[in-house]
Design a protein around this ligand. Structure first.
Ligand SMILES: [Mn+2]
Length: 413
């Protein structure tokens, strides 16, 4: 095909003419404004503090209403209609724990899948790049999945798959929420447990809302591990970010406040307003101050008992920054003075062993900041412990204190 070139000669002539101009004419004199001539009879104009910074009629640039906003409508799915539905072996492709890959909910159903991993690579909600790389970093662990403590190997007990990533909008946290919610709902509708790997904490909102779509509003309780309370109010017009999922879930009625349990809060946020909002909504929380005063054992027992005292379905949201930065440098908003792996792992295992866990997320893992790979390692282990707990429950070994007789000292007798 012949491309027709636009005529260029007049443009070249103009450039040449400009370059050949001899600057011998005097510069035009700019008249000084005559202050005496200002018309003072004119009505005073309203003060606009943003004048000169942004045009007052375009302070927010809207999305193009003519464009197709359903960017997530179609995931890239295999078009092989002859393929028999069911999970496909990863065959060396990176997948969570090297698990088989499922593309469609038909695959989940045909494979009688019990646990489906979903990557949700959102990092606009933290305002800093890197958390979006969390799913890829965790997929770099192709093995794992054993527990000396319980002698339960969840990979043998549970049918688990990697369901791929949610198709998010890399330019908008708001528009990334619906596809995640839809995919979580798709997984839960088959009866499988979604394990969502973030991504920043904004994804907790579509995760829990998607489960509430399936199990009913107020029918899911949440245990939220985090250094931060994430119940932030509207900010610059934004109703969702990694600081706001709890506010959204409670305000939108997906979770009843009394069924929302926070663990590990510390540092400077929230102030009095945030704590008063949590109290108004009858939320339960366990700060690091409480843990320091009463000891981890006592608080861990409280959390386990409170998890039993709620709806039939339990969701766990695990922000890796609940752990001390000594173990988790690779996260966007670290706060000193957090939990240790020794405190976290048995509690996660016990919660998942004792309760009907219908979903779990691991968020705020930022591998780009992960000095020494420790955050990826600890993130992987948190997920591992939950799956061990789920497998224990399936085997009837449920119990917060269960240890294999082989691992206990008295087991030698
Ligand atoms: Mn968080």
């Amino acid at each position: 095909m012949t491309r027709v070139s636009p005529p260029r000669a007049p443009v070249l002539l103009l450039i040449l003419a400009a370059a050949c101009t001899v600057p011998d004419e005097p510069a035009p004199v700019v008249a000084e404004p005559d202050t005496a001539a200002v018309d003072t009879t004119e009505a005073p104009q309203p003060v606009d503090s943003m004048a000169g910074i942004v045009p007052s009629d375009l302070s927010v640039i809207q999305l193009d209403p003519e464009s197709d906003l359903e960017v997530w409508r179609d995931r890239e799915l295999p078009e092989d209609s002859a393929r028999t539905p069911g999970p496909v072996r990863a065959g060396g492709a990176l997948s969570f724990f090297g698990l088989p890959i499922a593309h469609t909910n038909e695959d989940l159903i045909a494979g009688e899948v019990e646990v489906a991993f979903l990557g949700a690579p959102v990092d606009m909600g933290v305002g800093y790049r890197g958390a979006g790389e969390g799913p890829t970093a965790l997929r770099s662990f192709r093995r794992g999945g054993g527990s000396m403590e319980t002698m339960v190997r969840w990979r043998s007990e549970l049918t688990a798959v990697d369901f791929g990533n949610a198709p998010i909008d890399n330019l908008s946290v708001e528009r990334s929420m619906p596809p995640i919610r839809r995919m979580v709902r798709e997984i839960a509708e088959t009866g499988a447990i979604p394990i969502i790997i973030g991504g920043d904490h904004s994804i907790e909102y579509p995760n829990v809302a998607g489960l509430a779509d399936v199990y009913g509003k107020e029918n899911v309780g949440v245990i939220h591990f985090d250094a931060h309370f994430d119940g932030g109010d509207v900010r610059n017009g934004h109703l969702i970010s990694h600081a706001q999922p709890v506010r959204r879930l409670v305000d939108d009625g997906h979770v009843l406040g009394q069924n929302y349990i926070q663990v590990g809060l510390r540092g400077g946020w929230p102030g009095e307003d945030g704590f008063e909002w949590m109290r108004e909504n009858n939320m339960r929380y366990h700060t690091m101050a409480e843990i320091d005063r009463d000891g981890w054992g006592a608080v861990m027992t409280r959390v386990l008992n409170e998890a039993n005292d709620g709806p039939e379905h339990l969701y766990i949201s695990f922000d890796i920054d609940v752990m001390d930065p000594a173990y988790t440098a690779g996260t966007g908003t670290p706060v000193a003075g957090g939990l240790t792996p020794r405190e976290v792992f048995p509690l996660i295992r016990g919660l998942c062993a004792e309760n009907n866990v219908v979903g779990f997320d691991l968020v705020e893992l930022n591998p780009l900041l992960d000095v020494g790979y420790t955050t990826v390692l600890n993130s992987k282990q948190v997920v591992d412990e939950c799956l061990t707990g789920i497998a224990m429950r399936k085997k009837g070994l449920g119990g917060r204190d269960y240890l294999s007789p082989l691992t206990r000292r008295d087991g030698r007798r």
